[in-house]
Design a binder for this molecule. Structure first.
Ligand code: BTN
Length: 320
């Protein structure tokens, strides 16, 4: 086994067995290397920032507050049938969505791009997405797309359900969804989703969808423009690798049976019954939210008339 892969192998074993100590001897045997090679790999992992506890005569284990992103860590929490998904992990990148686009031609999808930091994180409607190092999740799922356009539109709402369910499962916190796909906690936004479709020039059809998800996990200071509206989950001992994997697991579970996600969406929809205004092409309109269609469009009552608006270029805010 090459030096690099000994390190990868050990990280995978440590992530898989977070609660137990693994003896150096067992690790050496499993990796088919010497104890000295195991020791060297541990040293390198520690130098990279992994917090590894070692106990004499017992072995090694990852500390609970160890929370660095890694393909090995994410993959250890993926459902068995998803283990083949390729994972690209970076310390810093401009945007995981952009990196996803760059990797499409050389990677058989689906695949996942994650980064500790984004220097040009993108939000919806051309806004930036604040992505400081190690305090959030910045991930893009690149998903080859064979379904119809109707399903492409629904992927965004389906993803907001996958994110909310995964957060609830790992933290016990109930979150809300603000149409279209912002995830809210106590009136503030903790996560956003930016879905981009890549159209093939030859067929003129969407062939790949890039689903970018940004979650504030423990960011404390936000830029002034979003200070009043953004917040973090702020839960101790939340393992980001595990949350990323759980989002992917949920996404695939919901895809298998898309009929069930819209009910969850409706139950968690924080604008239900609210008076809102929305901006469409610079024009301000008022209405009352009546519900959400099966397709994920918002149903509003406006001047006594029932209208539906789809996600497109709309900003929506409650009046109060
Ligand atoms: C929004 O709230 O407007 C959408 C935010 C989406 C942010 C995520 S972070 C990972 C991915 N890469 C990006 O550049 N954007 C998305």
């Amino acid at each position: 086994m090459r030096d690099m892969s000994v390190k990868e192998f050990i990280l995978k074993e440590l992530e898989k067995n977070r609660d137990d100590f693994l003896s150096g001897e067992d690790l050496a045997q499993k990796a088919n290397v010497t104890r000295a090679a195991v020791w060297k790999a541990m040293k390198e992992l520690r130098e990279e920032g992994y917090k590894i506890e070692s106990k004499r005569k017992t072995g090694y284990r990852l500390l609970l507050d160890n929370d660095l992103l890694s393909p090995q860590g994410i993959s250890s929490y993926l459902d068995p049938k998803l283990k083949e998904i390729k994972i690209f992990s970076y310390k810093t990148i401009d945007s995981t969505n952009e990196e996803g686009k760059r990797l499409i031609n050389e990677t058989q999808g689906p695949f996942l791009v994650v980064s500790e930091e984004q220097t040009k994180g993108k939000g919806r409607l051309g806004r930036p997405f604040y992505s400081p190092s190690q305090t959030g999740i910045y991930m893009s799922l690149v998903y080859p797309f064979q379904e119809d356009v109707e399903m492409a539109l629904r992927l965004t709402t389906l993803t907001s359900v996958a994110v909310s369910k995964a957060i609830e499962k790992l933290t016990g916190i109930t979150v809300g969804i603000k149409w279209v796909n912002d995830v809210y906690l106590q009136g503030k936004k903790i996560a956003g989703i930016l879905t981009e479709g890549i159209t093939s020039l030859e067929s003129g059809r969407i062939e790949t969808v890039i689903i970018g998800i940004g979650i504030n996990i423990r960011t404390e200071e936000f830029p002034e423009e979003i200070r009043g509206t953004a917040a973090s989950i702020n839960i101790k001992n939340l393992i980001r690798n595990q949350l990323i994997a759980e989002i992917v697991n949920e996404f695939y579970r919901l895809l298998e049976d898309p009929s069930q996600y819209i009910d969850y969406y409706r139950d968690h929809h924080i604008l239900q019954g609210k008076e809102v205004y929305y901006l469409y092409r610079g024009e301000k309109n008022y209405g009352k939210v009546l519900g959400v269609t099966d397709m994920g469009e918002l149903i509003l009552e406006q001047k006594g008339k029932k209208i539906t608006i789809s996600s497109g270029e709309v900003t929506i805010r409650p009046l109060d």
